[in-house]
Design a protein around this ligand. Structure first.
Ligand SMILES: Nc1ncnc2c1ncn2[C@@H]1O[C@H](COP(=O)(O)OP(=O)(O)OP(=O)(O)O)[C@@H](O)[C@H]1O
Ligand SMILES: [Mg+2]
Length: 254
């Protein structure tokens, strides 16, 4: 509690930040409304395109970029700890590669499933989605693939083989060893490690700048460290801090 108050005391709005001309991140986070709309940061700042994603290392960044731009196509398995951005990366690859390779229908959404609810019948929906997409290579996303029953995992293998080179799946998991080895062998494996404080500082600063709140890098880093690289926790913490700064300023103004 004392630490939060201390952080808040360090936070000050800067008049220069209210000037849109001074927002050097404007191209990356274009004109999103401020917090006053009460939209959760997890939704408000959910990355939509590759340029908004944060990566812990260049190898992962390069691989994801190739898939997002449609330069490379395959089944993909993203694995790593909770809150490291796997589902966000899956969504960006599926939607950006669709836009890059312009199918028959613009903005036709790709299907996204959760492994806990994915059944054999869901595979038919995946196939329909691919066949209707009109894309040279369309994706469907299955989050938490480790939760898919092993018999359904076996059927998924057959579908992957049937559509090899034509359409693909993007799977995410926290537990790689719970994913059938034969599924793994049909995918490009991309590790998404927990994000370090150093990697997350620029993203947090962009958000604070959009919210017109100033905090120095060392304090932002301390805030992130307290959340152990969990993006969800970091965004929630930023949201609370911004809310409190706004609340205190309203009280002072009254
Ligand atoms: N680069 C990013 N910039 C801003 N927010 C991000 C970024 N990547 C992810 N997020 C946000 O962080 C939160 C957690 O990300 P995500 O859900 O992708 O993690 P995950 O690795 O799939 O977690 P889990 O293993 O629990 O499913 C989401 O709200 C997401 O929108
Ligand atoms: Mg996820």
């Amino acid at each position: 509690m004392a630490k939060q108050i201390w952080l808040l005391q360090l936070m000050q709005r800067k008049s220069s930040l209210r000037n849109p001309q001074s927002n050097r991140w404007a191209g990356i986070f274009p004109a999103r409304n401020s917090t006053k709309g009460n939209q959760m940061f997890a939704m408000k700042y959910a990355p939509k395109v590759f340029a908004e994603l944060v990566f812990e290392n260049d190898m992962t960044r390069k691989k994801v970029e190739q898939f997002a731009l449609g330069q490379r196509t395959n089944n993909i398995l993203l694995y790593g700890p909770y809150g490291s951005g796997k589902s966000a990366v899956a969504q960006v690859i599926a939607s950006q590669s669709r836009d890059e390779t312009a199918g028959w229908f613009e903005n036709l959404p790709h299907d996204t499933f959760n492994g806990a609810e994915f059944e054999a019948a869901s595979l038919a929906r995946v196939e329909n989605g691919w066949n209707l997409s009109g894309q040279p290579f369309a994706y469907a996303v299955i989050d938490e693939f480790d939760l898919v029953h092993w018999t359904v995992q076996a059927r998924t293998r057959a579908v992957m083989d049937k559509y090899l080179g034509r359409h693909g799946l993007i799977l995410t998991t926290n537990f790689l060893h719970h994913v059938d080895a034969a599924i793994q062998s049909r995918c490009d494996l991309i590790e998404m490690p927990a994000l370090s404080a150093a990697s997350l500082v620029p993203m947090c600063q962009r958000i604070l700048q959009c919210e017109e709140v100033a905090l120095n890098d060392a304090d932002v880093e301390q805030l992130i460290t307290s959340r152990n690289g969990d993006l969800r926790g970091v965004l929630r913490y930023l949201e609370r801090l911004v809310e409190r700064v706004n609340g205190e300023q309203q009280t002072q103004a009254a």
